[in-house]
Design a protein around this ligand. Structure first.
Ligand code: CP3
Length: 343
């Protein structure tokens, strides 16, 4: 069995398992080398051999307990017919949804067929890794994907989407319905393809106005989990809601094997006394602290280990690794968590 799956089922080993959000990516020279060979990031996500290799790269270097599918939350809008370009230093740029037939066409897309390459990559990765390593599938939450679709990229003020929400525009409502359906279908297909765990990234959850959190965060996530649970009662599902850990109690009501990702702003005391009372937890080391390394990193890692060693906890960051992070810092982090310094 695998330490991550044990921890997520509430049966922790003595040392916490570890993987890192965005562990496959630009901080690795071997990633940058493959990235250079392919003109666009989206093509890389759909390149079976390279994306399989990139998924495995971090595990060749570090003693991580899991691999996460190399892909992106924006493959869903891409296959639904919205053009997605990644522009260096600017991030994703998406075409507008002003085609009146967009939703009709999107409803005709066979999602499992158009996402066959990521599913194949999961099958490949599950086949080559031993059972001691967990394989993660993932998707963005409907809301977080919708922010990119409706803002046509990474927003700073989220004015467009919050306005569409407030006026109950049919564009917003249709987008959210389409995404809820697509995310559920894709996550179930990923479990069928061999994902042992799935994570739902809700990076922009905190942008939803408080009065609308129930309708547009809690309810869609609960419906997606309910749908997955019909055939997969035991597969661990991690919901990572940045800035919304006060919603976790509502989200988990009546479910089992649901765990929560915790961002770097949440104090250890809240993780321990509130969130861990509800579920297994994952995360919280600041990506900035990992970037800087040194004594501060050692101190923060030890504080997390002291608080959570032997309890249902998966070591991770509070958000993704930043590309400038030195590879050595990641190696030191894994050594600290795996007890290498004491050996
Ligand atoms: O975690 C992993 O190693 C698996 C791969 C993965 C990527 N993106 C690869 C990627 C995962 C799980 C994601 C999730 C993702 N993508 C999220 C949720 C998590 C988070 O970080 O908040 C979001 C919001 C996106 C959307 C996205 N993708 C943005 C905003 C950007 C541009 C900004 C950036 O970080 O570069 C991306 C690009 C992206 N996704 C890259 C990688 C490796 C870099 C692209 C490149 O190499 O040119």
């Amino acid at each position: 069995m695998n330490g991550i799956i044990n921890a997520l089922h509430g049966k922790p080993d003595s040392e916490p398992p570890i993987w890192l959000m965005r562990q496959a990516g630009r901080y690795l020279p071997e990633y940058r080398a493959l990235r250079k060979k392919i003109p666009t990031f989206m093509e890389l996500c759909f390149h079976e051999d390279y994306a399989t290799e990139i998924t495995l790269q971090p595990l060749r270097r570090f003693e991580f307990d899991a691999a996460i599918l190399f892909s992106d939350i924006l493959v869903i809008p891409h296959v639904l017919g919205q053009t997605v370009h990644f522009i260096e230093k600017q991030g994703p740029v998406l075409s507008s949804l002003d085609d009146p037939h967009f939703f009709d066409k999107a409803k005709d897309v066979n999602l499992k067929q158009s996402l066959e390459t990521p599913l194949k990559i999961l099958r490949n990765v599950r086949k080559v890794l031993p059972s001691t390593k967990a394989v993660f599938g993932f998707a963005g939450s409907p809301w977080t994907i919708a922010t990119y679709m409706l803002e046509q990229g990474k927003s700073t003020d989220f004015k467009k989407i919050t306005n569409l929400l407030e006026i109950k525009s049919s564009l917003f409502i249709q987008t959210m319905a389409l995404l809820e359906e697509s995310v559920g279908t894709f996550l179930i297909a990923q479990i069928e393809a061999g994902a042992d765990v799935i994570q739902i990234f809700d990076t922009w959850a905190k942008v939803v106005p408080k009065a609308h959190q129930e309708n547009w965060i809690v309810a869609p996530i609960r419906r997606i989990i309910t749908r997955i649970r019909i055939d997969y009662p035991d597969t661990p599902i991690i919901y990572y809601g940045r800035g919304v850990c006060d919603l976790y109690r509502q989200i988990i009501k009546g479910f089992s094997n649901v765990a929560f990702g915790v961002d770097e702003t949440v104090p250890i005391s809240v993780m321990k006394n509130q969130i861990q009372k509800l579920a297994s937890i994952q995360g919280n080391l600041s990506p900035q602290v990992l970037l800087e390394g040194g004594v501060q990193m050692k101190k923060n890692v030890e504080a997390l280990l002291q608080a959570f060693r032997g309890s249902p906890y998966v070591f991770n960051l509070g958000h993704g690794i930043v590309p400038q992070t030195p590879v050595d810092h990641v190696a030191q982090l894994v050594d600290l968590v795996k007890g290498g310094f004491q050996k």
